[in-house]
Design a protein around this ligand. Structure first.
Ligand SMILES: [Zn+2]
Ligand SMILES: [Zn+2]
Length: 160
C-alpha cells in the first residue's frame, strides 16, 4: 500500500507521486516528466541548465546520420588511402580527424560519449572491408590495421 500524500503546491490534493529530486509529493497537474523520472516543476527546470551541452533528440539523429554518411563515404576514401604506400598513416589520421569534426558538428558541437562511439564505429566500418576480409582469408594486414586504428583514434578524439 502506497502512502497517500498531499501535493506540496496544492495541499488539498491527494497524490502518490513524489519528486525524484527533492521527494516532495506532487499532484498530477504539477508533476513534470523528465528523463530521470517525475519531478516537481522547480526541479524539472533545473536540469535544463545542467544539461546544456548534452545532445538533444534531433542532434542525436543528425549524429547518427553523419555517422552513416562517414561510414559510406569512408569506404572508398579508406580504399584510396590504403592504396597509397607512403603517407597512409598521415592521410588516415586526417580522414579520421575530418570524420570526427563532421560528426561533432552534426551533434551541435556537443560531443560526448555517443558522438565518440558513433565516430569510432563509423570510421571502423569504413576501414573494415580492407582489414576484415584479409583476416578472414588468413592474412593479418598490419599495414592496413595501423592506419585504421589511427583514423578511428582521431575520429573519436575529435568528436569528444
Ligand atoms: Zn522537486
Ligand atoms: Zn499540485
Amino acid at each position: 500500500m502506497v502512502e497517500i500524500m498531499h501535493c506540496y503546491r496544492h495541499p488539498k490534493r491527494e497524490t502518490r507521486v513524489s519528486c525524484a529530486a527533492c521527494g516532495r509529493p506532487i499532484c498530477t497537474e504539477c508533476m513534470v516528466q523528465t528523463e530521470v523520472g517525475i519531478k516537481c516543476p522547480e526541479d524539472a527546470r533545473l536540469p535544463r541548465g545542467a544539461r546544456a551541452g548534452a545532445m538533444k533528440g534531433n542532434q542525436i539523429a543528425k549524429t547518427f546520420l553523419a555517422g552513416i554518411a562517414v561510414a559510406l563515404v569512408g569506404i572508398p576514401v579508406a580504399y584510396v588511402i590504403l592504396q597509397i604506400g607512403f603517407g597512409r598513416l598521415i592521410l588516415s589520421g586526417l580522414a579520421g580527424y575530418l570524420a570526427g569534426t563532421l560528426i561533432h558538428r552534426a551533434g551541435g558541437r556537443n560531443g560526448g560519449p555517443l558522438a565518440m562511439v558513433i565516430s569510432g564505429v563509423a570510421v571502423a566500418i569504413a576501414y573494415a572491408p580492407f582489414v576484415v576480409v584479409p583476416i578472414l582469408n588468413g592474412n593479418v594486414p598490419v599495414h592496413y590495421i595501423f592506419p585504421a586504428l589511427v583514423a578511428v583514434g582521431f575520429a573519436i578524439y575529435n568528436s569528444r
